[in-house]
Write a protein that binds this ligand. Structure first.
Ligand SMILES: Nc1ncnc2c1ncn2[C@@H]1O[C@H](COP(=O)(O)OP(=O)(O)OP(=O)(O)O)[C@@H](O)[C@H]1O
Ligand SMILES: [Mg+2]
Length: 282
């Protein structure tokens, strides 16, 4: 489905011509015989939070992996900040990577390092800064994500919610213009999930950062999204605002957002089409 949905300005932002930050055109990817992404078209504009959702195995992480340069598609193109990342030399891609941050599902913190050292890592690697300046910036980033514990703790000594905060502080270490989140609330209790979701909204509003968030946590999705994209078996089934999703009468999307047990998603698990999809056959 082409990305024809209008892009509203995020709350509070003036309406003007919008700059595409992420553009995915005709993306196709198969792993062996399994078609995982099917003609995916998606545009994310500066300052908006795009939530990508869909059932387990529908290709969300694979799509995210393409956007950050972990995967190469079989065909199609990906532009980040207007640059065709599939045609960049490694050093050019490194320049693009400095402009975005990633919050991995696990937080991906180094266990042997303190939280402060983890957050400082990208600053040490990519910016020639004095130790004092780095220490000050680490404190600033941790404050931004609502860190309340000593920064001398190790990842093994903190809760899942605090790990996400620390991972987020590291993701924003270099003041990215674009943030990618993979399941930022997975494994958290409802309160910690709501806090992380609020943090994502705050970062958008305070830093004017553009975000792409993969999640199947519907409560958070509706809280943080300016627009949403629903993937079904690697296919973009719907793109729209949370309001459009709330009102949709597409039975597949409806069942997913309502979390109903009966509907086309569960009926399909016994159908021939679904088996054909699973086997990657046409
Ligand atoms: N490196 C790989 N090699 C082979 N198959 C893969 C690879 N990565 C993903 N897949 C397959 O591609 C499909 C989509 O996987 P993906 O991880 O993108 O799903 P997802 O939507 O992120 O699921 P979840 O919600 O469970 O995280 C799955 O069937 C998965 O088994
Ligand atoms: Mg995934």
């Amino acid at each position: 489905m082409p990305d024809t949905a209008p892009a509203p300005a995020p709350s509070g932002a003036p309406t003007r011509a919008r700059e595409p930050i992420v553009e995915v055109i005709g993306l196709e990817k198969s792993f062996k015989t399994q078609r995982v992404l099917r003609n995916v078209n998606l545009t994310v504009y500066r300052g908006e939070t795009m939530v990508i959702m869909g059932g387990s195995g529908c290709g969300k992480s694979t799509l995210l992996g393409h956007l950050v340069g972990f995967h190469r598609p079989d065909s199609g193109s990906i532009r980040i900040f207007g640059r065709d990342i599939l045609r960049l030399a490694t050093w050019e891609m490194d320049e693009v990577k400095k402009r975005f941050g990633i919050l991995f599902q696990s937080g991906a913190l180094y266990n042997s390092m303190t939280i402060a050292e983890n957050v400082a890592l990208p600053m040490r690697e990519h910016a020639a800064l004095d130790r004092d300046i780095i220490d000050m910036m680490v404190k600033m980033k941790l404050k931004m994500v609502g860190w309340t514990k000593p920064d001398s703790l190790k990842p093994s000594e903190i809760s899942g919610g605090m790990k996400k905060r620390a991972g987020l502080a590291r993701a924003i270490a270099l003041d990215p213009e674009l943030l990618f989140y993979d399941e930022p609330t997975a494994g958290l209790d409802p309160i910690a999930s709501a806090e992380i979701a609020q943090l994502i909204v705050d970062l958008r509003d305070k830093l004017r950062v553009t975000s792409v968030v993969v999640t199947h946590d519907m409560t958070s999705a509706f809280h943080i999204a300016d627009r949403m994209c629903y993937l079904h078996l690697g296919d973009v089934r719907m793109i729209g605002t949370p309001e459009e999703f709330r009102k949709t009468d597409d039975p597949l999307v409806r069942q997913f957002i309502d979390g109903s047990l009966s509907g086309p998603l569960t009926a399909a698990t016994t159908g021939e089409d679904y088996l054909r999809d699973l086997l990657g056959e046409e």
